[in-house]
Structure formats: structure tokens, C-alpha cells
Design a protein around this ligand. Structure first.
Ligand SMILES: [Zn+2]
Length: 181
């Protein structure tokens, strides 16, 4: 955990510890005090990623509602409407103007810990916040492992193809040599 994050949690604990319901953001009354790596827990920070979001005021999936539902905007070259949940890392694209961000989130990632929250993140106790953070880290590791496995499989298939091609060439050469003798 980054040093700033450790300090953040230390300060939180020093303001009442786990026995009292100190809220996570009680320390960061000025929200600028949230340390690096924890900004996305704030809706305002998620909303700030939607500067190029294609759906505006007349839609159900406005930037504000997307951020409220836990999404950040992460467009790629051929998909300008890719949004990702900052807790479960589920990526959704192909949004329609009438889509309800919270409903879509629930439909595609029903077990997301963000959706299970009963209150605003800023009102979570330290213990609740730590559980959410743990869940996020677990999801991040699973996503990275899955990505690595996919890349390894692609590479293995490439090598397997090359080996098969070599074996085929050797076999063909051997057959030609055998038939000529
Ligand atoms: Zn999620």
C-alpha cells in the first residue's frame, strides 16, 4: 500500500478507530486531501473522467448518472463509450440513450460490491471502506491474471502454429525424399 494511503488510514484510525463509526471521508473534509490511488472512490473524480462522454442531458445515461453508478469513462480507439466500474472493473460499451447506468451495472455484474453498498462511500466506516477496498484489489488481481492468461494462450497458440508448420514441412520433405529413393 502506498505510504500516503497508509498515513491516510492511520489518521482515520486515530480519529476513533474501528470501534466508533468514523466515516472514511471525515478526515478528508476538503476532498483534495484524499491520497493518490483513492480518488476514484469519490463521485466527483469519476465524473471528471466523462469530459468526452457522448450522452448528454436528454439521456438516461448522462455522465452524472454514470459516475453515480460507479463508472469511469475509458474510451478506446474504436469505442468512444466504454465505461468501467471502478470496483468490479466490468467494462460496458454500446450504450443506448435510454439505458439506466445502475440497472446495466446490476445486469452485467450482479455481485459487484459497489452495488451492495447501503450508503454513500463518504459515509462508510473505516471497516466498511477497508472491506470495499479489499474487494476492489481482489477484482483487480483477478482481471490482471485473466488478461495474462489470455495473452499467454495467444502466444502459446502462435508458437503451436509455428511448430505445426515446421513439422508439416519436415514431413513433406521426408516424404519427397523417401519417394525419390
Ligand atoms: Zn461494479
Amino acid at each position: 500500500m502506498p505510504r500516503k494511503a497508509v498515513l491516510f488510514f492511520f489518521l482515520l484510525l486515530s480519529r476513533g478507530g474501528l470501534k466508533t463509526p468514523a466515516t472514511v471521508m471525515s478526515l478528508a473534509e476538503g476532498k483534495g486531501q484524499v491520497p493518490a490511488g483513492l480518488e476514484l472512490y469519490l463521485k466527483e473524480k469519476r465524473l471528471s473522467t466523462f469530459t468526452q462522454w457522448p450522452f448528454v442531458s436528454d439521456c438516461s445515461c448522462t455522465a452524472d448518472r454514470m459516475a453515480e453508478a460507479g463508472f469511469i469513462h475509458c474510451p478506446i480507439e474504436n469505442a468512444s463509450d466504454v465505461a468501467q466500474c471502478f470496483i468490479c472493473f466490468k467494462e460496458l460499451e454500446g450504450w443506448e440513450p435510454d439505458d439506466d447506468p445502475m440497472e446495466e451495472h446490476r445486469k452485467h455484474s450482479p455481485n459487484c460490491a459497489f452495488l451492495a453498498l447501503q450508503k454513500d462511500i463518504c459515509d462508510l466506516t473505516v471497516e466498511e471502506f477497508m472491506k470495499l477496498r479489499k474487494e476492489r484489489m481482489k477484482n483487480l488481481i483477478e482481471k490482471e491474471v485473466k488478461h495474462t492468461i489470455t495473452e499467454m494462450e495467444k502466444y502459446a497458440n502462435l508458437i503451436r502454429g509455428k511448430i505445426d508448420s515446421c513439422v508439416h514441412k519436415l514431413y513433406t520433405t521426408a516424404c519427397l525424399w523417401y519417394s525419390s529413393t
